[in-house]
Design a binder for this molecule. Structure first.
Ligand code: NAP
Ligand code: ZN
Length: 363
């Protein structure tokens, strides 16, 4: 045991199987409802986090409504978690009781595959334990997400949150933030680049903030004319209404990169027409139906279509530290848990400005 750790706050036998209040999807057709369950037994390397806020990602909706297939119920969604460390295991060294921490889209990985060894746990080829709708490394215990009062997680899969930022607006950084930060960094998008952000929702509005912070010329490409003023307020230099065929034609071959954050079916060939020769369309949105790409959309300008999924623990920490240094947070609407089903319906209609965040004190 680490002698510097306070005795109080360390797990004891009495603290195992922690009863937890939550909201869950009981099946793909019903609305989310109140749910109680026990968190798994904490281990020596675990921390127990009292959850304060949890963002609402469109992936929560896709999975709660089983739009991707394979969902397991009952399901407590939520992978944009911020909270305070309430207890620690005897071998924990990275976090102390009282620290502000975050948990994103995964809570463990195999730690032995080449991706894990390389610090790219999110691409784990053993077994990636997603934060919910997944199983722990024991391949048995279901994981449950952040629409809940507390969570037990290995200390190495929790992120440090610097004090000073508005905590409820930090929560969406754990998914919407890293999912847009990571590809922009990977493809080195910045000064001298024209970046199109397709879809101004939770991911899209973070992509605008990061694109601007990295020095790119950013255009929001949206189906919602009424979002133009917001796009500019968020820092975008330009706005393109994707439902206006003339405007789309005028913008042909304009972008070095387009980051596609759209959650619904849409025409990728039209989107590709906006990408310049040798440019790249980066997919992060995962609509229920697989899109079609015509080879002519690619070969005639040597365009590429790429994809990116969340980010590693190291990169997520880097992103959180970047946000703390630059004062970047999400634009949020704080909701009570009782409003979650209405929030889902509004998000499905593209009506969110720009992330719902649950105040878990209302559970
Ligand atoms: P969101 O907040 O609901 O935003 C999606 C945006 O898509 C909407 O605001 C809307 O923007 C646009 N859209 C265009 N047509 C639409 C339609 N028919 N219905 C609904 N929206 C439409 O969603 P999000 O949380 O940002 O997530 C976006 C997608 O990324 C989801 O598919 C999600 O599963 C996926 N995702 C992927 C990763 C990853 O690792 N790759 C991580 C997180 C989420 P406009 O009004 O501007 O058109
Ligand atoms: Zn997400």
């Amino acid at each position: 045991m680490n002698a510097t750790l306070p005795d109080v706050g360390i797990f004891t036998r009495a603290s195992v199987m922690i009863p937890t209040k939550a909201y869950a999807a009981y099946d793909q057709h019903s609305t989310l409802k109140s749910f109680e369950f026990s968190r798994r037994d904490p281990r020596d390397n675990d921390i127990l986090i009292e959850i304060l806020y949890c963002g609402v990602c469109h992936s929560d909706i896709h999975q709660a409504r089983d739009e991707w297939g394979g969902s397991v119920f009952p399901m407590v969604p939520g992978h944009e978690i911020v909270g305070r460390v309430a207890r620690i295991g005897s071998r924990v060294s990275r976090h102390k009781v009282g620290d502000l921490v975050g948990v994103g889209c995964f809570v463990d990985s195999c730690r032995t595959c080449p991706s894990c060894k390389n610090g790219d746990e999110h691409f784990c080829s053993g077994h990636l334990s997603l934060t919910y709708n997944s199983i722990e490394q024991d391949k048995v215990t279901p994981t449950q997400g952040g629409y809940s009062s507390q969570i037990v997680v290995d200390e190495n899969y929790a992120l440090k949150i610097a004090p000073g930022l508005d905590l409820k607006a930090v929560a969406p950084l754990l998914c919407a933030g890293i999912t847009t930060y990571s590809p922009l960094r990977h493809w080195k998008v910045g000064k001298g680049h024209r970046l199109g952000v397709l879809g101004l929702g939770g991911l899209g509005h973070m992509a605008v903030k990061f694109g601007v912070a990295f020095g790119a010329e950013v255009t929001v490409i949206s189906t919602s004319a009424k979002k133009e003023a917001d796009a500019k307020r968020l820092g975008a230099h330009d706005f393109l209404l994707s439902t206006d065929p003339q405007a789309v034609q005028n913008a042909a071959e304009r972008f070095d990169f387009i980051l596609d954050t759209v959650a619904a079916d849409h025409d990728l060939n039209q989107t590709l027409s906006l990408v310049r020769r040798d440019g790249t369309l980066i997919l992060v949105g995962v609509p229920p139906k697989a899109p079609e790409v015509h080879p002519f959309s690619l070969i005639t300008r040597r365009r590429a279509v790429a994809g990116s999924m969340i980010g590693s623990i190291k990169e997520t920490q880097e992103m959180l530290d970047f946000c703390a240094a630059h004062g970047i947070v999400s634009d949020i609407e704080l909701i009570n848990i009782a409003s979650i089903n209405e929030a889902y319906d509004r998000m499905a209609r593209g009506d969110v400005r720009y992330r719902f965040v649950i105040d878990t004190a209302t559970l």
